[in-house]
Write a protein that binds this ligand. Structure first.
Ligand code: 5GP
Ligand code: ZN
Length: 140
């Protein structure tokens, strides 16, 4: 089990900091966010310490992903929400504060405080195809 002694979520996984858990497996836990965007906001984390989603081994990412549908159904049903957002922040620039990979599961209502969508851009010329080629090359 990999662990960072300074990581707040590693301490939650180890039970050294209290948390209100809603789901546990051998490799993951989900618990209530202590400062929720809206009531019912839940965090899903691997037990092992990995900073970003991009750092997760494929098998562990698949396990965590397999838990999301049940977790979302539970959050939405319990809060009587109309929908949900699932968000993973990667890096400071994207709003990640806790450097232990986590999924936010957030119940949504039409009258809540959350604003969506993001602004949308457009590609000119063949820029989209060029970006796609760059991404494909970077993944090779
Ligand atoms: P991030 O901005 O890194 O994506 O989100 C971190 C989340 O962790 C925040 O929503 C914050 O409220 C939550 N959080 C930070 N510290 C604790 C804690 O000690 N306990 C719980 N339950 N949530 C925490
Ligand atoms: Zn950690």
């Amino acid at each position: 089990m990999s662990r960072d002694p300074d990581c707040v979520f590693c301490k939650i996984v180890a039970g050294e900091i209290p948390s209100t858990r809603v789901l546990e497996t051998d490799r993951a836990i989900a618990f209530m966010d202590v400062n929720p965007i809206v009531p019912g906001h839940v965090l899903l984390v691997p037990r092992d310490h990995h900073v970003q989603l991009a750092d997760l081994p494929d098998e562990l990412a698949a396990h965590l992903g397999s838990l999301l549908p049940r977790l979302i159904r539970g959050v939405v049903a319990a809060t009587e929400a109309l929908g949900s957002n699932v968000v993973v922040n990667g890096g400071r620039v994207a709003g990640q504060v806790v450097d232990h990979c986590h999924w936010h599961v957030i119940p949504r209502r039409s009258d809540d405080v959350i604003r969506w969508p993001w602004p949308q851009g457009v590609y000119s010329g063949d820029a989209m195809a060029q970006w796609a080629a760059e991404i494909i090359a970077a993944m090779a």
